[in-house]
Ligand binder design. Structure first.
Ligand SMILES: *[C@@H]1O[C@H](CO)[C@@H](O)[C@H](O)[C@H]1NC(C)=O
Ligand SMILES: *[C@@H]1O[C@H](CO)[C@@H](O)[C@H](O)[C@H]1NC(C)=O
Length: 417
């Protein structure tokens, strides 16, 4: 157990509690507690920190003088589930960390998901307090409340994935905690007659159907037909400046960089929170068709944003996009060689350092990274941040933004935090 988590007993208690409660909300809360306790273990080099960039690139990242655009620093990222959003989170964490930006953070790891986002759930938020720069942790989107927290010039973006592969991933990840999935046992059984296992009102079942639709804060359409669906999507279109596609992550990152006026380094990330490819079972065509029909709202949402994505790509220029994607891949391959032992991802069992071991959940192992030994200190600082999983990184940002009071003896000792 020590190898797994270094908190053997807490971990066992956790699983026992899990077995009893079997509800997502409770589960996440427990994990939250576990990670909160681990925050003190995470010690990266002292802040402030800036990535060791060549001068020209630093200037580019900061917006070159005379450059036609200024890098955007007010960002709202709707972190959708099972869409590769953890990779984007790493970029955002590093971007804000390097520049001392203020994150709107949840008390634990999510903003009381699956409830709608509420401004008062943001740590340190006050109606007349300083606005934040970046809001990016799991939430169910709720624009009026987000606007209470974030500046009016914020850039809103998110990421969507094909509903068939998203639903397969959700089943694999949440099988043991989502009532509809748990009852069915296997995906083929679930798909044979999902209605048999699914009750919309049951807690946790939002993971079982139209998860994107849910995360975007949309309600089930009030009337049948396409009109209410299209009206809902038009609302999102007005709110979100850019919606990325999981299937085209690198194209997405290039378009994101263009939209944000960021530097090349700012979109360079390793993939985070993903299953080992061998553990992903390919779907039979009939399963895919059923998943698509079952998640029909997500299907509409995905095809809608797929269309806007490729229209944007067209405006950007297909040849230019291909060129920049090629350059991004090459830089990432070089960075992996530079930073990583083995030059690529490893299973968590091979990652002894719990500051960088990814959180394990669901049926399949989640991969992570190990740093090459004896990196020089600057590279160490950068590489370490590139491999730090989202939960640990959130703890670091939290500790930086809300430093504990000085550990004095005398009157300060024992002060309430
Ligand atoms: C997404 O858009 C591309 C380009 O227009 C198209 O080829 C593809 O079929 C679309 N995918 C879906 C699922 O709509
Ligand atoms: C605690 O108090 C003693 C005596 O006043 C002092 O010498 C010591 O430096 C203090 N320690 C800390 C951590 O403040």
């Amino acid at each position: 157990m020590r190898v797994l988590y270094g908190h053997c007993c807490r971990f066992q208690v956790l699983w026992a509690a899990l077995a009893v409660s079997m509800t997502i909300g409770f589960t996440i809360q427990l994990f939250g507690v576990s990670f909160q306790k681990r925050a003190s273990l995470s010690q990266l080099p002292p802040t402030p920190w800036a990535p060791p960039l060549p001068k020209a690139e630093q200037e580019e990242a900061e917006g070159r003088p005379g450059h036609r655009c200024q890098p955007r620093r007010h960002l709202v990222f709707l972190k959708s589930h099972k869409t590769g959003s953890s990779t984007i989170i790493n970029l955002l964490h590093r971007f804000g960390d390097a520049r001392g930006l203020r994150f709107a953070l949840p008390a634990r790891y999510q903003f009381s998901y699956p409830n709608l986002f509420q401004a008062r759930r943001v740590k340190g938020w006050h109606p007349r307090g300083r606005p934040f720069d970046i809001l990016c942790h799991h939430m169910r989107f709720n624009l009026p409340e987000v606007q209470k927290v974030m500046p009016p010039d914020s850039f809103y973006f998110s990421i969507v994935r094909h509903p068939v592969s998203l639903a397969e991933s959700a089943f694999s990840y949440y099988r043991s905690v989502v009532p509809a999935f748990r009852r069915a046992g296997t995906l083929p059984q679930f798909l044979a007659s999902p209605q048999r296992f699914y009750r919309p009102s049951e807690r946790g079942n939002h993971y079982a159907r139209n998860l994107l639709w849910f995360d975007f804060g949309l309600d089930p359409p009030a009337a049948p037909g396409l009109a209410p669906i299209q009206a809902a999507l038009a609302t999102l279109e007005r709110t979100f400046h850019l919606v990325l596609l999981t299937e085209h992550m690198d194209e997405s990152l290039v378009l994101l960089r263009d939209a944000l006026c960021w530097g090349e380094e700012d979109i360079l990330a390793f993939r985070h929170n993903f299953r080992s490819p061998e553990s992903v079972r390919p779907l039979a065509p009939v399963e895919a068709a059923r998943l698509q029909a079952w998640n029909n709202l997500d299907w509409h949402l995905y095809t809608h944003f797929n269309r806007s994505f490729w229209e944007r790509a067209e405006r950007f220029g297909r040849a230019r996009l291909a060129r920049e994607v090629g350059a991004l891949r090459q830089r990432r391959a070089e960075r992996m060689q530079q930073c990583l032992q083995g030059g690529g991802p490893l299973e968590a069992g091979q990652i002894a350092d719990e500051r960088i071991r990814p959180f394990q959940f669901g049926q399949a192992p989640i991969l992570g990274y190990v740093l090459r030994p004896s990196l020089d200190p600057e590279w160490q600082a950068l590489c370490q941040r590139m491999v730090t999983p989202e939960l640990q990184y959130k703890d670091l940002l939290d500790a930086k933004q809300f430093p504990p009071p000085p550990q004095g003896n005398g009157s300060q000792a024992g002060g309430v935090r």
